[in-house]
Design a protein around this ligand. Structure first.
Ligand SMILES: [Zn+2]
Length: 250
């Protein structure tokens, strides 16, 4: 089984983008135990049948540098951080709007991102302003997708290979534009990887759902797959209920 894990913030708020420090530590201990092979996102597809896991973080939040990276580095666990390039050094009130369901958090600045990249963190793009890409006109869509790659190159010297769709919102136009610029892209579809997945629509497992003791540790087991099915169904129901509502997370 192969899977990409999604994290955002390591904090005690219990919000939908948060995992507490103790739970994250437990995840790190499991991921570094040898029970699963953790690979860079670039190696999650192709090459043999062995089980693999990749670790991703969205939004470039400041607490990554203090709470997550030191522990990942200590255990040699590779990770990808998806950066909202127009918000670097500011906060997660995307386009000036705060989401009351998630904590208001400081973002890493370019100096910190450069340091982390030099230490082995992969920097991917997560747009410039974190919009719903499927709601943008063509010009704005190109600016978000191509512009964020340009920003990462100009400010951090990185040519990003990986993209992540803000809020998981995508349509064929967005996927086509992303595919022209990036090698791979992650969505927020809650699933393990399958051979049918397009490299530009890779599903992920949001760590929020695996905070409880033993949840992530059961990765790949029958119980894990059953629970994933239940989560997906519940999430699908919620999404259809919220369709007319405000932004979803991620
Ligand atoms: Zn995001």
């Amino acid at each position: 089984m192969r899977a990409i894990l999604t994290y955002h913030s390591i904090d005690p708020s219990g919000s939908p983008i948060s995992i507490d420090s103790a739970s994250f530590q437990r995840h790190v201990e499991f991921l570094s135990s040898g029970a699963v092979r953790v690979v860079p996102l670039a190696q999650i597809l192709g090459g043999g049948d062995e089980d693999r896991v990749a670790i991703t973080f969205d939004d470039g939040l400041g607490n990554f540098a203090e709470e997550a990276w030191p522990r990942l580095k200590e255990h040699g666990l590779p990770a990808t951080q998806f950066v909202v390039t127009g918000h670097v050094g500011r906060d997660n009130a995307w386009q000036g709007r705060r989401d009351g369901r998630v904590p208001h958090l400081r973002l890493l600045d370019w100096d910190a991102l450069g340091r982390l990249a030099a230490e082995g963190l992969e920097l991917g793009a997560h747009s410039r302003t974190h919009p719903h890409l499927n709601r943008l006109a063509d010009g704005a869509l190109a600016d978000e997708i191509e512009g964020s790659a340009e920003d990462l190159f100009r400010r951090a010297g990185v040519r990003p290979q990986s993209f992540c769709y803000p809020f998981g919102s995508l349509d064929e136009r967005a996927v086509t534009k992303v595919a022209a610029r990036y090698v791979r892209a992650c969505s927020t579809e809650l699933a393990v990887l399958s051979e049918r997945d397009s490299p530009h629509r890779l599903p992920r497992l949001d760590a929020f759902y695996f905070r409880g003791a033993g949840r992530l540790e059961s990765l790949g087991s029958l119980a894990f797959r059953v629970r994933l099915g239940v989560l997906k169904t519940a999430r699908g129901l919620r999404a259809s209920l919220q369709k007319r509502g405000g932004p979803s997370r991620s």
